[in-house]
Design a protein around this ligand. Structure first.
Ligand SMILES: [Zn+2]
Length: 311
């Protein structure tokens, strides 16, 4: 009953907004026109939603010596193709980012440091709401109401993770190259962004994609990078984090075995462990998450991005 009235209210609000903006705004299709895909800056995917990874491409009719940018409080890092006729940044919008207008600030620089001039390539980017599902899940009570000992462990884990996250943001060049590969040969579920209730109490957002994989399924690095964490954690179970450069990382959880060590370089497709059911789980699966500068992005959308020909 409650959820029905919430839904009705949401529908009513949307209709009211539509009426209020009806004179000025065409239906949803207009998104592409707001950030014209014919200009020097192109976003892929073109429709930007909460949780979307975004490949930002700049193809200016003049050679740029460097590019700076900022979006939703994140500093963008760009890298050029072989002749600097195109620049790229792999960024994204956090799953919890509110829908609405955003300003993508981009400055392109022409010339050398002695005689440099700048071009403003900024554009308005509307962020659309993604329509994520809700679900109820039952796990062992210790994962919903951890005791004093478990709380000590969770606190220690959070320090270890913060250290790993801080390390990842330091690199200024991408370690990845080409398309990201699925970490297991198994079907991904449509689970990213799901609003979940654990044991009817704890509400949280599912910030990764679950792959249906039996315990012992080989787990591979989605792309090249450096291992920055490889150890058991309370909720995550046996966990591996790979730094792909420029603040982008992939995280594999609930492994039954870890095959890599912190500091180790891995290549795309290299085995990093075996899937399992360690940590807070309802059964064996691989939870795979993509994090960019603290923003949690939809792994399924990253897998669909064509990054093979950035030249
Ligand atoms: Zn999961």
């Amino acid at each position: 009953m409650a959820s029905r009235s919430v839904r009705f209210l949401a529908v009513a609000l949307v209709s009211l907004t539509a009426v209020a903006q009806g004179q000025h705004r065409a239906p949803r299709k207009s998104a592409a026109q707001v950030h014209p895909q014919s200009g020097p800056v192109i976003l892929i995917p073109a429709t930007v939603e909460s949780g979307s990874p975004e490949l930002i491409q700049i193809r200016a009719p003049y050679a740029l010596s460097r590019v700076e940018g900022e979006w939703l409080g994140h500093k963008l890092q760009f890298f050029p193709n072989h002749d600097r006729s195109a620049w790229f940044s792999l960024a994204g919008v956090d799953v919890e980012a509110p829908a609405g207008p955003s300003k993508l600030t981009i400055t392109g620089f022409v010339g050398t440091t002695s005689g440099e001039s700048s071009r403003d390539l900024s554009l308005q980017v509307p962020i659309h709401p993604a329509h994520y599902r809700t679900a109820s899940i039952t796990v062992a009570p210790k994962f919903v109401e951890p005791g004093p000992e478990e709380k000590v462990q969770i606190e220690a884990d959070s320090k270890v993770k913060d250290k790993a996250f801080a390390e990842a943001s330091k690199s200024d060049k991408p370690f990845w190259s080409g398309n990201f590969l699925a970490p297991v040969k198994a079907q991904p579920t449509d689970s990213f962004g799901t609003r979940r209730m654990f044991n009817g109490k704890l509400a949280s957002i599912h910030k990764g994609t679950d792959f249906r994989a039996a315990t012992g399924t080989p787990v591979h690095a989605g792309n090249s990078g450096a291992v920055i964490l490889a150890q058991p954690l309370y909720y995550e179970g046996n966990c591996v984090m790979i730094d792909h450069g420029q603040g982008l990382m992939s995280i594999s959880m609930h492994l039954s075995r870890i095959d890599v060590k912190p500091g180790q370089q891995v290549t795309r497709g290299q085995q990093i462990g075996l899937s399992g059911a360690t940590g807070r789980v309802t059964g064996p699966h691989l939870h795979w998450a993509i994090r960019w500068q603290g923003a949690m992005l939809d792994p399924a959308k990253l897998l669909k991005l064509n990054l093979n020909s950035l030249h």
